[in-house]
Design a protein around this ligand. Structure first.
Ligand code: CA
Length: 170
């Protein structure tokens, strides 16, 4: 069964083996970077709406941002490879403003039905999560989609994908 909206706290104090590369965007240099290390930005006209930047992060020095002074549509993804078959949990943190038309984070290509996590409005950092993701394809794509009006912003940080066994081994 798929459970969305896992509450904070369940995993906050345990150490897990995070399979996401550059999950907290700390591999990017400080300031503003339009090349997001380990992630691919796809857009017809709005690649400049996806970048990393420093300040007001959930953790560390950098965060991921979607923002543009014109209406924009941009998709950013990372495919995690070489994942052993198993049951995994996923979580990330974000904060955003007004102006979203259609924004979500999705998991796909992992061997099961895609998981789409809607992004709702939150002016402060909050966590969203998806549990019990059965990965059988040896990989999992993590995608961030923003279709938004000019001036919309979303900050994201600390993407985590880990095997549920990590929790049992604490
Ligand atoms: Ca960070």
């Amino acid at each position: 069964m798929l459970v969305l909206g896992l509450t904070a706290g369940a995993t906050a104090k345990v150490k897990v083996n995070n399979l996401v590369f550059n999950p907290s965007f700390e591999k990017d240099s400080s300031g503003k970077n339009f090349k997001v290390t380990g992630w691919t930005v796809v857009s017809d006209n709005d690649k400049d709406a996806a970048f990393t930047e420093s300040g007001w992060t959930h953790s560390g020095q950098n965060k991921f941002t979607n923002w543009k002074d014109k209406d924009f549509k941009v998709y950013t993804y990372q495919t995690v490879e070489n994942i052993p078959e198993g049951v995994y949990n996923f979580e990330f943190w974000y904060a955003n403003g007004d102006g979203a038309n259609d924004c979500y984070v999705e998991l796909k290509d992992f061997g099961g039905d895609p998981v789409k996590i809607p992004i709702t409005k939150s002016g402060s950092w909050i966590k969203k999560a998806a549990a019990d993701i059965k990965i059988t394809a040896g990989k999992c794509a993590i995608g961030i989609y923003s279709d938004a009006k000019a001036g919309y912003w979303i900050n994201m940080d600390d993407f985590t994908l880990y095997n549920q066994k990590d929790l049992e081994q604490q």
